[in-house]
Design a protein around this ligand. Structure first.
Ligand SMILES: *Cc1c(COP(=O)(O)O)cnc(C)c1O
Length: 403
C-alpha cells in the first residue's frame, strides 16, 4: 500500500493531542456520546467545544504549533472534538470528519484503490454510492460487481484476484436488507480484502461494525448523527492506526473536510443520539405494524418484523431496528406517488434520520440514479424516515394518506 503514491503521512496528518477525558472512566455509549472528545475548553472552561471558526493559527516561533494546529484543512479543534467522539462511539482508533458522506466515501476509495482494483458492491445501496462507483470511480479504472451481500456465499462468488474492498450497507437503503457483518468479514479476511460498512441507517448506538470485524465504518452524518436535518456531513472510522494515518493524509491532501460549524452541529446532534434512536425504533415498529395490517400495502420492509428475511441477523447484531421503513403500495407507481403526495405530517422530501418524519418515492427521488441497473428499486415503493413525533399522530397521517 502506498508505494506508487509516495509517502502516506506528513506533518499535516499528525493527530492533535487527544482531548477526551479517559480519567472519567466512562465507557457506556450514552456517556461517551456526551463526553468523548469534549473536555471543557482549556482556555475558558466552556463545557461544549467552541466553534473555532478560524483558518490559521499563530505559531510560537517557526514550527512552534500550539496543540498541533497549523491550518484548518489539516486540523481544527472543533473537528478534532467530533473526530475523537466518532472514534469513541464506533469503538475505533481514528475518526475523520468530512464535508459530506460522499466526500468520505470518495476519500476512502481513493485511499484504498488504484486502477485495476475491484470492489464488490451491494445490490441494494444508497443511490449516490452506486453513482460514485458506476459513474466516477469506473472512469479511473476501478472495477466493480454487484452481489446480494445478505448471502455471504454470493459475496464470495464475486471475488476476483484484485478484489480490495467489499462494500456493505446494513440495513440497506431503501429495501432494509440485512447483511451478517461478521460472516462477510470472514469472507473479506480470507480474500485479503477490506470490509467497509456504511452504518448510516443504524448509527453506532444500534450497531458497531468494527467490533464485528469490519475494517472501515462510513457515515453520512447528515442523517441520524446530526439528527436535525440542518447539516450535511460524513465520517470514516477505523481501528487500524496505519490506515487511519493514510486516510488522514488523503483527507488533507484532497481537502473535503467538515467545517467548524458543521462539526459543531453534528457533535450537538450526537449528544441525544441514544434517546433519539430508541424513540425512532419504537415509532417505526408501530408504523411497520400498521402497514403490515393495511389492505393497500402489499409488502413491508422493516428488519424488526419477525417475517423479515434478515430479522434474526439484525436481532443478533443490532440493539434495536432503527427508524427506516419501506413498503409497496397496491396499484403500482402512481398509487405510491399518490400516497407520498397525500401525506401531511410526513414531509415529502429526500434524506432521512432527522427528528421530523419524512416520506419519499425512491424510484423517482433518492434512487433515480439506479434506474436500469441491478440496483433499480420497485416503482411502487415508498420509503419512510419515521421521526420522533407522537406515534399516534404519525399513524393517523399514514392512515389518511393510504385511505
Ligand atoms: C445519504 C447517504 C449517503 C451519502 O451521504 P451525503 O451526506 O448525502 O453525502 C451515504 N450512504 C447512505 C446510506 C446515505 O443514506
Amino acid at each position: 500500500m502506498g508505494t506508487t503514491l509516495g509517502p502516506m503521512t506528513d506533518q499535516h496528518t499528525q493527530q492533535p493531542a487527544p482531548r477526551h477525558g479517559d480519567d472519567r472512566g466512562a465507557r457506556s455509549f450514552e456517556t461517551l456520546a456526551i463526553h468523548a472528545g469534549q473536555e471543557a475548553d482549556p482556555l475558558t472552561g466552556a463545557v461544549v467545544p467552541p466553534i473555532y471558526q478560524v483558518s490559521t493559527y499563530k505559531q510560537d516561533g517557526v514550527g512552534g504549533l500550539r496543540g498541533g494546529y497549523e491550518y484548518s484543512r489539516s486540523a481544527n479543534p472543533t473537528r478534532t472534538a467530533l473526530e475523537e467522539n466518532l472514534a469513541a462511539l464506533e469503538g475505533g482508533r481514528r475518526g475523520l470528519a468530512f464535508a459530506s458522506g460522499l466526500a468520505a466515501e470518495d476519500c476512502l476509495l481513493r485511499t484504498l484503490l488504484v486502477p485495476g482494483d475491484h470492489v464488490v458492491i451491494p445490490d441494494d445501496a444508497y443511490g449516490g454510492t452506486f453513482r460514485l462507483f458506476s459513474k466516477v470511480a469506473e472512469r479511473w479504472g476501478v472495477e466493480w460487481s454487484v452481489a446480494d451481500t445478505s448471502d455471504p456465499a454470493a459475496v464470495r462468488a464475486e471475488l476476483r484476484p484484485r478484489t480490495k474492498v467489499i462494500w456493505v450497507e446494513t440495513p440497506s437503503n431503501p429495501l432494509l436488507g440485512i447483511t451478517d457483518i461478521a460472516a462477510v468479514a470472514d469472507v473479506a479476511r480470507s480474500a485479503g480484502a477490506r470490509l467497509v460498512v456504511d452504518n448510516t441507517f443504524a448509527s453506532p448506538y444500534l450497531q458497531q461494525p468494527l467490533a464485528l470485524g469490519a475494517d472501515v465504518v462510513v457515515h453520512s452524518t447528515t442523517k441520524y448523527m446530526g439528527g436535525h436535518s440542518d447539516v450535511v456531513g460524513g465520517a470514516l472510522v477505523v481501528s487500524d492506526p496505519d490506515l487511519g494515518d493514510e486516510l488522514a493524509f488523503h483527507q488533507n491532501a484532497m481537502g473535503a473536510v467538515a467545517g467548524p460549524f458543521d462539526s459543531w452541529l453534528v457533535l450537538r446532534g450526537i449528544k441525544t443520539l441514544a434517546v433519539r434512536m430508541d424513540r425512532h425504533s419504537a415509532n417505526a415498529t408501530r408504523v411497520a405494524e400498521l402497514l403490515v395490517a393495511h389492505p393497500k400495502v402489499t409488502e413491508v420492509y422493516y428488519p424488526g418484523l419477525p417475517g423479515h428475511a434478515g430479522h434474526e441477523v439484525a436481532a443478533k447484531q443490532m440493539r434495536a431496528f432503527g427508524g427506516m421503513v419501506s413498503f409497496r403500495v397496491a396499484g403500482g407507481e402512481q398509487a405510491a406517488v399518490d400516497v407520498c403526495d397525500r401525506a401531511r405530517l410526513f414531509t415529502l422530501g429526500e434524506s432521512l434520520g432527522g427528528v421530523e418524519s419524512l416520506i419519499e418515492h425512491p424510484g423517482r427521488m433518492t434512487h433515480a440514479s439506479t434506474a436500469g441497473s441491478a440496483l433499480e428499486v420497485p416503482a411502487d415503493l415508498v420509503r419512510l424516515s419515521v421521526g420522533i413525533e407522537a406515534v399516534d399522530d404519525l399513524l393517523a397521517d399514514l392512515s389518511q394518506a393510504l385511505a
